[in-house]
Design a protein around this ligand. Structure first.
Ligand code: GDP
Length: 485
C-alpha cells in the first residue's frame, strides 16, 4: 500500500489494533487493510480478550464451516431431524442468520448474530440472499461465512412469526419447556427458529432470558431472523454479562468493533468510496456528514431543512451565514469544510449548497457541499442501489462529525464504523413543526435496539428493561428502544 491519503497521517495501523486477522490476500479485498488510511481518527482499541476470542472464532469457523467433515455430519443430523443427545464440547453448533429489509437493518442483524455466535460458541453462517453474499468480503480467513446452497431446511428464508418450529411457538405449545429443570438434549429439537423481528411476540423474546438460553445452548442448529440490533438484549442475559464485560471493557464500543471486524466493502464498493473521498473530501480540513433519511413519497420539507441547519449551526458543525449586505470576513487563512449529504432526494443538498454559495460564512470558511447519489426511492434487491447505499454509509463514517436522522439504521452503521457519537435530528411530532431543540448529541455510538423485550425474566413479569442493568438504557431517538451506554 503506497498511497498517502491525507498528509497528516504518516502512520496507520492496518489491523486496527489486532481486530483484523493478518494474512488475507490484499488484492481480493482492498478495503480490509486500506480502511485505516482513510480514517483520520484511529478508532477505539479492542481488548486483548476480544482479539483472542476473534482468533478462536475464526478457528472454529474453519474447523466446522462448509466443506468440513463436521459440517457434513451436522447437516446429516439436521436432515434426520434427530438430536444426537448431549452436545459434546467438540461438536459444532450453528447459527444461520437471515438478514432482510434495508442495508442498515441487514448489517445490524448480522452483527448481532455474530456476537451471539461468539458468546455461545456457534459457527455463524449468513443467508446469502438480499445481497448479503455480494456487498462484503469474507470476514473469516480460510473459510466462508455464506450458507451454501442446498440447506436442508428448504423454506428457511420464509420463516416468520407463524413458523411452527419458532422458539416462541414451541414454548407456547409446550414442545419446549424451561420450567422442568434440565431438559435432556435428546428431547430437544435438532433446530429451532429464533424469530426476533420487529413483530416478535413475548414468547419469542424469552430468548433474552437465562433459562431459555440454557435450553437453546443444546440445540445444534438455530436459524435467526431479525431486522434489529438485538445486542442490548444480550446484555440482559446474566450468563453473558461477565464475558461481555471482558470482551468490551469500553462498553459503548461493541458495535464499533464488530462492524469494523465483519463488514468490508468489496472491491467495487471500495472503488466508489475511495474515488469519491479522494475527489471531494480528502483535501478539506474538516468533514461534516449529514444523513437525511427521507422516504420516496414524502414531499421536500422546508421544515426539515430548517431543522438540519438549526442543528448544524447551533452545534457549530456548520458556520452561520452573513447577511448579503455584510462584508465577508477574509479568513486568516482559508479554512475549508466539506459537507457530505446523503439522502434519497437531492433537494436538501441543493438548498444547503445554494446557501453557502449565495452568502458568506461568518467564520470565513469555504464550505463545499456534496452528495454522491440521489436514488429517489428505496428499492429492494437492486444491486447498484445497494452498492451505492453501502458506499454512502461508509463515506459518512469517514467524516469528522456526523448528523443523523432519528430511527435510521443507515445512520447507526455509519456512526459505528466511524466511532462517532452523532448529533441526532429529533423526529418531529408532525410535519409542519420544527423540533426545538432540533437535535441532540447521542449518549453513545452504539445503535438502538428498536424492538426490545419488556419483561423481567427473574420476576417473570412485564418490566422496563431500560432499568435492569446500568449499561442498557433507553435511546434518545426512540423512547422505547434500548441502547448500550
Ligand atoms: P433505515 O430504513 O433508515 O433504517 O435504513 P436501511 O439502510 O435499513 O434502509 C434504507 C434503504 O433505503 C437503504 O439501504 C438504501 O437502499 C436506501 N437509502 C436510504 N437513504 C439512502 C441514502 O441516503 N443514500 C442511498 N444511496 N440509499 C439510501
Amino acid at each position: 500500500v503506497n498511497r498517502r491519503v491525507s498528509g497528516d497521517r504518516s502512520y496507520h495501523d492496518k489491523l486496527l489494533g489486532g481486530l483484523l486477522a493478518d494474512g488475507f490476500d490484499e488484492g481480493s479485498c482492498r478495503s480490509r487493510y486500506q480502511s485505516a488510511m482513510y480514517r483520520r481518527r484511529p478508532g477505539r482499541q479492542p481488548s486483548a480478550h476480544l482479539v483472542s476470542k476473534l482468533r478462536q472464532q475464526e478457528a472454529l469457523q474453519r474447523r466446522c464451516g462448509p466443506g468440513t467433515v463436521a459440517y457434513g455430519h451436522a447437516l446429516e443430523q439436521l436432515r434426520s431431524g434427530k438430536s444426537s443427545g448431549d452436545i459434546g464440547s467438540n461438536e459444532c453448533k450453528y447459527l444461520v442468520s437471515i438478514s432482510y429489509r434495508g442495508l442498515g437493518n441487514r448489517i445490524l442483524a448480522a452483527a448481532s448474530a455474530f456476537l451471539y455466535a461468539l458468546l455461545t460458541d456457534r459457527v455463524l453462517l449468513v443467508d446469502p440472499s438480499n445481497e448479503m453474499g455480494e456487498l462484503f468480503c469474507e470476514p473469516f480467513p480460510g473459510t466462508t461465512w455464506l450458507l451454501p446452497p442446498g440447506f436442508p431446511l428448504s423454506s428457511y428464508t420464509n420463516f416468520s412469526i407463524s413458523t411452527a418450529e419458532s422458539y416462541g411457538n414451541m414454548l407456547r405449545r409446550k414442545a419446549i419447556r424451561t420450567d422442568v429443570g434440565n431438559v435432556p438434549a435428546a428431547r430437544l429439537p435438532v433446530f429451532s427458529y429464533v424469530h426476533l423481528d420487529h413483530d416478535a411476540t413475548e414468547q419469542d423474546k424469552f430468548f433474552f432470558c437465562d433459562e431459555d438460553q440454557r435450553v437453546l445452548r443444546n440445540v445444534p442448529w438455530l436459524v435467526m431472523r431479525t431486522d434489529s440490533y438485538i445486542v442490548p438484549g444480550l446484555f440482559l442475559v446474566t450468563a453473558f454479562q461477565e464475558e461481555l464485560g471482558r470482551l468490551f471493557p469500553e462498553v459503548d464500543t461493541v458495535f464499533h468493533h464488530i462492524v469494523r471486524y465483519l463488514f468490508h466493502p468489496n472491491n467495487h464498493v471500495w472503488g466508489l468510496v475511495t474515488r469519491y473521498y479522494d475527489a471531494y473530501l480528502a483535501t478539506a480540513q474538516r468533514r461534516v456528514g449529514i444523513q437525511v433519511r427521507v422516504f420516496g413519497a414524502q414531499p421536500n420539507s422546508p421544515e426539515l431543512l430548517e431543522q438540519i441547519t438549526n442543528c448544524a449551526q447551533k452545534e457549530r458543525l456548520l458556520p452561520e451565514l452573513l447577511a448579503a449586505s455584510e462584508p465577508a470576513v477574509p479568513g486568516p487563512r482559508r479554512n475549508t469544510k466539506a459537507v457530505l449529504v446523503t439522502s434519497l432526494k437531492s433537494w436538501y443538498y441543493e438548498k444547503l449548497k445554494g446557501m453557502y454559495w449565495e452568502r458568506a460564512a461568518a467564520t470565513g470558511e469555504a464550505v463545499s457541499v456534496h452528495q454522491p447519489s440521489h436514488e429517489e426511492f428505496q428499492r429492494f434487491g437492486a444491486r447498484s442501489h445497494d452498492a451505492k447505499a453501502w458506499a454512502e454509509i461508509y463515506l459518512l463514517s469517514l467524516t469528522d462529525e456526523l448528523v443523523t436522522t432519528a430511527w435510521s439504521t443507515f445512520g447507526y452503521v455509519a456512526q459505528g464504523l466511524g466511532g462517532l457519537r452523532p448529533w441526532v435530528l429529533y423526529r418531529p411530532d408532525n410535519d409542519t413543526h420544527v423540533p426545538d431543540p432540533p437535535c441532540a448529541r447521542d449518549v453513545s455510538m452504539d445503535p438502538c435496539f428498536h424492538a426490545p423485550p419488556f419483561y423481567d425474566c427473574r420476576l417473570k413479569r412485564g418490566a422496563d428493561t431500560g432499568k435492569i442493568v446500568p449499561q442498557v438504557q433507553h435511546c434518545i431517538d426512540m423512547g422505547w428502544g434500548l441502547k448500550i451506554v
